[in-house]
Design a protein around this ligand. Structure first.
Ligand code: G3I
Length: 392
C-alpha cells in the first residue's frame, strides 16, 4: 500500500513545489531540487499513519525481523516506567556502556587482571525475563579503553590481552548472546593505509591481522553468537561515505577470502535529518554486495540527529520520521538485513544530547520514543517500515 503511492524524492519535491506555487510562490523547479528548505517542507507534510498499536517488537517479529535498542543500566534501574517501555517495544537489548572495556561510570575492566560483569549480568537477566534477545557491544575498539590500558598494553602483550578479553567476556555469556560486535570501527581512510584501516593501538601492536584473530578467538569462545563487524558512515551518497563503503566491502572480501569466521556487517546508521543525499540505489547496491559475500546485515545504532533542523517540533519530528522511513524502506528490502536497533529508545536518554546538542539548546528528538516515554512520528515511521517490509 505504502509502496504504491511512494513518491520519489523528486516527485515529492514537485508536489511540494506545486503546493508552494499554489500559495503564490514562484519557484524555478530546477534551481530548488537541491533546496533543503523545500525538501524539508515536503517531508514535513508527510503523514505517518499506522493501523494498530502493535509494538515495534511485534511488528518486526511478524516479518521475521528483530527490533531493539541500546540501553544503559543506570536508566533501566532508575526508571521502572522506562524499563516497562523497553520491555514492551524491544525484542533485543544491547548495553550502551556495560560491555565496553570501560565507559562512563561502568568499568568492565577495572584493572588488567579483573572483570566486573555485574551491570551487564543484570541487563542480561532483564532481557531474558522480558523475552528479549541480548547483544554484546563491543569487544575490540580503540575507544572506551580503561585508563590503565595505555600504560599496561604493548606490542609484546597486546595479543594475550586481546585473546584473554574476548575469551573471558564471551565465555561468561556463551549461549546467551544473539550477536557480538567483535570489532568496531576499524576503517579510517584518513590514515591513508592501502588496507583502509584506522591506526588504532590494536593495529599498532598486532598489525592488520588483529581483526582476523579477534573473530577466530570469538568463534571459539561462543559458537552460537553471530559475529559482527560494526561500522559507521556508510549511509549517504557523499564521496566520503562512498569511499568508506568501498573500504568496508574490501575488508569483508579480504576476511571472507581468509576464511575469517565473520557472520554479519553491522551498519550503525547514525543519520542526520538535515542531510538530503541518501541515494536509495547506491545504498541498495551496497547492501546487495555485502549480502553476496554470504553475510547477514544488522542496522545496529540507528538514530536521526535533529541538530540542524528547524526548532518547530511538528516540522522537526516529521523530517526525522521521514529520514527513518526513507532509510528503512530501502534497508528492509534487502533480505540479508535481519535486525534494526536504535541507539537508545527515548529522547530522554540519547548520547546526542551531549555529543550533538542543538545550538538553540532545545531538547533533541532523534529517537522513536519521546522524553515522556510516548511514541513519536519516528515510532510510526519505524512501525510502517516493518509493516511494509518483505517477510523473512
Ligand atoms: O558520565 C561520565 C562523567 O561522570 C565523567 O566525568 C565523564 C568524563 O570521563 O565521562 C562521562 O561518561 C561519558 C558517557 O558517554 C556519558 O556522557 C563517557 O566518558 C563517554 O565515553 C561516553 O560516550 C559513549 C561513547 O560511545 C564512547 O563509549 C556514549 O555514551 C555512547 O553513546 C557512544 O556510543 C558509540 C558506540 O559505542 C559506537 N558507535 C558510535 C556510538 C556513538 O558515539
Amino acid at each position: 500500500m505504502y509502496k504504491n503511492w511512494l513518491l520519489t524524492r523528486r516527485n515529492a519535491l514537485r508536489l511540494g513545489l506545486a503546493t508552494l506555487a499554489g500559495v503564490g510562490a514562484t519557484i524555478d523547479v530546477q534551481s530548488v531540487d537541491t533546496n533543503y528548505q523545500v525538501q524539508s517542507f515536503v517531508k514535513s507534510k508527510r503523514t505517518f499513519n499506522i493501523n494498530s498499536k502493535k509494538s515495534l517488537k511485534e511488528r518486526a517479529a511478524n516479518k521475521g525481523l528483530i527490533y531493539g535498542a541500546a540501553i544503559r543500566y543506570d536508566d533501566l534501574i532508575s526508571h521502572p516506567e522506562f524499563a516497562k517501555v523497553v520491555a514492551q517495544q524491544c525484542g533485543i537489548l544491547v548495553p550502551e556502556w556495560e560491555l565496553k572495556w570501560s565507559c562512563g561510570n561502568k568499568l568492565l575492566r577495572p584493572n588488567p587482571h579483573s572483570f566486573d560483569f555485574k551491570p551487564a549480568d543484570w541487563m542480561a537477566k532483564f532481557a531474558k525475563k522480558n523475552s528479549m534477545l541480548f547483544r554484546g557491544h563491543t569487544l575490540v575498539w580503540h575507544e572506551s579503553l580503561p585508563d590503565w590500558f595505555k600504560n599496561q598494553v604493548n606490542s609484546q602483550n597486546a595479543e594475550s590481552f586481546l585473546i584473554d578479553h574476548i575469551k573471558t567476556v564471551m565465555k561468561h555469556y556463551a549461549g546467551k548472546v544473539h550477536s557480538w560486535d567483535v570489532v568496531n570501527e576499524a576503517i579510517g581512510l584518513w590514515d591513508k593505509r592501502s588496507d583502509g584501516l584506522r591506526k588504532t593501538p590494536w593495529l599498532e601492536f598486532l598489525g592488520g591481522d588483529y581483526i582476523d584473530l579477534a573473530f577466530r578467538v570469538a568463534a571459539e569462545a561462543d559458537s552460537q553468537a553471530l559475529l559482527v563487524y560494526n561500522e559507521f558512515g556508510l549511509d549517504y551518497s557523499t564521496a566520503e561515505d562512498e569511499a568508506k563503503r568501498n573500504a568496508v566491502l574490501k575488508l569483508l572480501q579480504h576476511l571472507k577470502s581468509k576464511g575469517t569466521p565473520i557472520n554479519a556487517l553491522g551498519i550503525q546508521a547514525h543519520l542526520s535529518g538535515d542531510k538530503n543525499d541518501f541515494n536509495p540505489q547506491k545504498f541498495r547496491e551496497f547492501l546487495s554486495n555485502v549480502a553476496s559475500l554470504g553475510l547477514k546485515i544488522m542496522i545496529t545504532e540507528m538514530d536521526v540527529t535533529d541538530k540542524k533542523l528547524p526548532k518547530d517540533l511538528v516540522v522537526r519530528d516529521r523530517i526525522v520520521a521521514a529520514a527513518y522511513e526513507d532509510y528503512l524502506s530501502v534497508a528492509l528490502d534487502e533480505p540479508a538485513v535481519i535486525a534494526v536497533i536504535t541507539w537508545g529508545l527515548s529522547d530522554r536518554y540519547t548520547w546526542l544530547s551531549e555529543f550533538q546538542p542543538r545550538s538553540d539548546r532545545a531538547a533533541v528528538r532523534p529517537l522513536p520514543i519521546d522524553a515522556a516515554f510516548n511514541p513519536k512520528l519516528a515510532w510510526n515511521a519505524i512501525a510502517r517500515s516493518f509493516d511494509n517490509a518483505p517477510r523473512r
